[in-house]
Design a protein around this ligand. Structure first.
Ligand code: CP
Length: 309
């Protein structure tokens, strides 16, 4: 199968076959990352712009390393030091960067749908690095890659996602990805943080963590966004942590070989105790390491696809 897409915007619009192709390509890219000389000429002469309107440690650094391993010319655009502060629009900013030769734009923006806007208006390939509370495809792809690498097969696994599902782009992209690849997906969190009608995505909903975690293969913890406390979605961090924080005792209810995931940054002692974050079940740093190979695959596939979608 050949990858036909010019953009990677979300897992909602990728087929299971396209997702598997990205994961298979990432396996080859991981082999490059394990060589002494971690560089291939695949994107030589291609200019990639990282256009991050929100803070990032993992995604931005990982895309930059991936781009450099593919020999691309890389520009890290910093909105706070640009004419964005003078009121230049997103579209004008992106069009100007494209006029300077950018043919791939990696964008993170607080506005859901921003990557789709650029994909519609520009000629460059667009990769979504997180848009509002909508999608975070590179995170979900690296999560799928990590689970497949450890468990060998995603179909049939029981995957539990814990926390603020309603505001999480990581949760949304992972739900699409794991369901499309045949996993059984469970969600658990306070009722105020579970979107109405989410069962339509073929997931099951729980409100009690001890019940939801029984016999699962994968536990994916979400970062609690502390600003949600002010909007009244949960009464206190201490109470949230008591009911939905993952501890060793709760983890014992899952399968013996359960893996614990978290997209980062972790609020230690709130959604995840430090003993769980750092113990043998945790694959959090494997996720981060795999992010480079997965992003190399995404960049390579969109830059060489020549498609129009
Ligand atoms: N997982 C993730 O998106 O982390 P950053 O916000 O640090 O990029």
């Amino acid at each position: 199968m050949r990858f036909q897409r010019k953009h990677i915007l979300g897992l909602g619009e990728l087929s299971a076959e396209e997702i598997k192709l990205i994961l298979d390509t990432a396996e080859s890219m991981k082999e490059v990352s394990e060589r002494d000389v971690k560089k291939v000429p695949a994107l030589k002469g291609v200019t990639v712009v990282n256009l991050f309107f929100e803070p990032s440690t993992r995604t931005r650094s990982s895309f930059e390393i991936a781009e450099k391993r593919l020999s691309a010319d890389v520009l890290n655009f910093t909105p706070a030091q640009s004419s964005v502060v003078k009121g230049e629009t997103l579209l004008d900013t992106a069009r100007n960067l494209e006029a300077m030769g950018a043919s791939v734009i990696v964008i993170r923006h607080s506005m859901s749908g921003a990557p789709w806007l650029l994909a519609r208006e520009l000629s460059a390939s667009i990769i979504n690095a997180g848009d509002g509370s909508h999608e975070h495809p590179s995170q979900a792809l690296l999560d799928l890659f990590t689970v497949r690498e450890i468990k060998k097969e995603i179909r049939g696994l029981k995957v539990l996602i814990v926390g603020d599902i309603a505001h999480s782009r990581v949760a949304r992209s992972n739900i699409w990805g794991f369901v499309k690849l045949g996993a059984e997906v469970r969600l658990v969190g306070p009722p105020t943080m579970i979107p109405r009608d989410i069962e339509k995505l073929d997931v099951s909903v729980f409100y009690n963590l001890e019940e939801a975690i029984r016999d699962v293969d994968v536990v994916m913890m979400l970062r609690i966004q502390k600003e949600r406390q002010e909007s009244g979605l949960f009464p206190s961090l201490r109470e949230y942590s008591k009911f939905y924080g993952l501890t060793r005792d709760k983890l014992k209810l899952a399968k013996d070989d359960v893996i614990v995931m978290h997209p980062g940054p972790i609020n230690r002692g709130i959604e995840l105790s430090s003993e769980v974050a750092d113990d043998v079940h945790s694959v959090i740093l494997d996720q981060v390491a795999n992010g480079i190979a997965v992003r190399m695959a995404m960049l390579y596939l969109v830059a060489s696809a020549g498609g129009t979608e």
